[in-house]
Design a protein around this ligand. Structure first.
Ligand code: ADP
Ligand code: MG
Length: 397
C-alpha cells in the first residue's frame, strides 16, 4: 500500500545541469505510472531520486503522506529493477531471488515461501537450480523481477527493464509485467523511452521533455488530446501528421485551409475550442492522425469530410491497412519541439525549412491506390488538432 507524491521536485547536478524541473505527480496506491520521453530527458534521474539513489535538490517526495527526502533507499521500502539485471553469476536462480531477503536476515522458512510464490507467479519453478548463464534473456529478466517481488516492497521502480530483449520478447514481457503488477497491486513507476510501452502498460503516462513534464494522463487521453506539439508528435506511431494552415472566418463558420483543401471546422469543434476563432487571418499548426484519413472513393459520405487532392508517393500494403505516403502543399511545422522529435526518431537530416511536407495516411485495404496515382483523400474534420505555431500549445479556450 503506497501513495507516492512528488511535489515540485528538482534535480541540479553538481556541474550545474538542471536535469529535472519542478516535477509534480500524485501517484495513487496500486497505480502503474509510466515515465516516458526521449533519451536524456531526466527519466532515470527522477526515478533515482524516488529510489533514494540520488539526492533531491529541492521539492518533496512523500510516500504515504510521509516526507522521505532524507531516508535511505532501504528505509523507503522500494524495490528497483534495472535494464542490466545484475544477477550473481555463481548463484542459482533461487539464491539470486532470495539474496536480498538473506542479507536482511529473514527467517529461512519465510524466505522459502516467498521465493516459491514469486517463482510460481513468474513460471520460474523448474529453473530455480540453474545458474544465470543457463537462462535466456527473458528468463533472466524474470529472475530480476522475482528478486524485486520477494521483497514485498511498497513501490516498484523499473528503469527500461526490457530494453535488452528482442522485439518479440519485449511484447511478451510487457504483458507479463502488467499481469504481475495487477496481481500484486503494488504502486509501480516504470521508465521507458518507448511510446508503445507507455501506451500499452501505463494506467497513466507522464511524458517528459528536457526535464519538464509535458502532460500526465491516461494513454488514450494523451493520444486524443495532446496538450502540445511535442506530445502530439511523440505519442502514436506513425507520428501525427502536421502542417501550417490558415484560419479564416466565413459565413458558414470557421474554416481552415491547407494544401488546397478547405475544411469547415465543425460546430462541435469550434464550441470545444472557442479560442480557435480568434486565430482568423493567422496561421495555426494543424495535426491529423493517419487513421483519420481515408481514400475518398471508399469513404462513407459523412457530413464533416473535406478532401485533399494529391499524388501518392509510396504505399505499404500491410494486409489490415494500406499505409499511403503523399506530399501536402502546406508548410511543414518546424519548431524546437519538432526538432526534438526528429532527433529522438533518429532522423539523419533534420529538416530546418518548412518545404517538402509529407504525410502518411492509413487506408482501408480495399483501396487500390498505387504510387503515382492521383488520389482524393477524405479528412475527418472532427479529428483535426490545432496548435499555436509559436508556443506549440493546443488551441482550446
Ligand atoms: N551525474 C550527472 N551529472 C551531470 N549531469 C548528469 C548526471 N547524470 C545525468 N546527467 C544528465 O542529466 C540528463 C538526464 O539524464 P537521465 O536522467 O539519465 O535521462 P534519461 O533517463 O531520460 O535518458 C542528461 O542530459 C544527462 O546527461
Ligand atoms: Mg535513463
Amino acid at each position: 500500500m503506497a501513495e507516492v507524491v512528488l511535489d515540485k521536485v528538482n534535480k541540479l547536478y553538481e556541474n550545474g545541469f538542471h536535469a529535472v524541473h519542478d516535477l509534480s505527480i500524485d501517484i495513487a496506491d496500486g497505480e502503474f505510472i509510466v515515465l516516458v520521453g526521449p533519451s536524456g530527458c531526466g527519466k532515470s534521474t527522477a526515478l533515482r531520486m524516488i529510489a533514494g539513489l540520488e539526492d533531491i535538490s529541492t521539492g518533496t517526495l512523500s510516500i504515504d503522506d510521509r516526507v522521505v527526502n532524507t531516508l535511505s533507499s532501504r528505509e523507503r521500502d522500494i524495490a528497483m529493477v534495472f535494464q542490466s539485471y545484475a544477477l550473481y553469476p555463481h548463484m542459482s536462480v533461487a539464491d539470486n531471488i532470495a539474496y536480498g531477503l538473506k542479507i536482511r536476515r529473514m527467517e529461512k522458512s519465510e524466505i522459502q515461501a516467498r521465493v516459491k510464490r514469486a517463482a510460481d507467479m513468474l513460471e520460474l519453478g523448474p529453473l530455480l537450480d540453474r545458474k544465470p548463464k543457463q537462462l535466456s534473456g527473458g528468463q533472466r529478466q524474470r529472475v530480476a523481477m522475482g528478486r524485486a517481488i520477494v521483497r514485498e516492497p511498497k513501490v516498484f521502480l523499473m528503469d527500461e527493464p526490457l530494453s535488452n530483449l528482442d522485439a518479440k520478447l519485449r511484447v511478451q514481457m510487457r504483458a507479463e509485467i502488467g499481469q504481475v503488477q495487477r496481481d500484486l497491486n503494488v504502486t509501480t513507476i516504470y521508465v521507458t523511452h518507448d511510446q508503445t510501452e507507455a501506451m500499452t502498460m501505463g494506467d497513466r503516462v507522464a511524458l517528459m521533455k528536457a526535464g519538464v513534464l509535458q502532460q500526465l494522463g491516461a494513454p488514450q487521453h494523451l493520444y486524443d488530446n495532446p496538450d502540445n506539439i511535442f506530445v502530439a508528435g511523440f505519442i502514436g506511431s506513425p507520428p501525427m501528421n502536421m502542417a501550417l494552415a490558415t484560419v479564416d472566418r466565413a459565413s458558414r463558420g470557421v474554416t481552415v485551409s491547407m494544401g488546397g483543401a478547405e475544411v469547415t471546422v465543425p460546430e462541435t469543434v469550434t464550441s470545444a475550442r472557442p479560442a480557435l476563432a480568434s486565430y482568423a487571418g493567422r496561421q495555426v499548426a494543424i495535426g491529423l492522425r493517419s487513421e483519420d484519413m481515408e481514400d475518398a472513393s471508399l469513404a462513407r459520405d459523412g457530413g464533416n469530410r473535406a478532401t485533399l487532392s494529391t499524388t501518392v508517393s509510396l504505399t505499404e500494403a500491410l494486409g489490415s491497412e494500406i499505409v499511403v505516403h503523399f506530399p501536402v502543399d502546406a508548410p511543414r511545422v518546424v519548431t524546437e519541439d519538432t526538432k526534438a522529435l526528429e532527433e529522438d526518431a533518429g532522423t539523419e537530416d533534420i529538416p530546418t525549412t518548412t518545404a517538402g511536407n509529407t504525410w502518411v495516411a492509413s487506408f482501408s485495404p480495399r483501396s487500390r491506390v498505387r504510387p503515382g496515382d492521383t488520389v482524393q483523400i477524405a479528412l475527418d474534420a472532427e479529428r483535426l488538432h490545432y496548435f499555436d505555431p509559436d508556443t506549440g500549445l493546443a488551441i482550446r479556450d
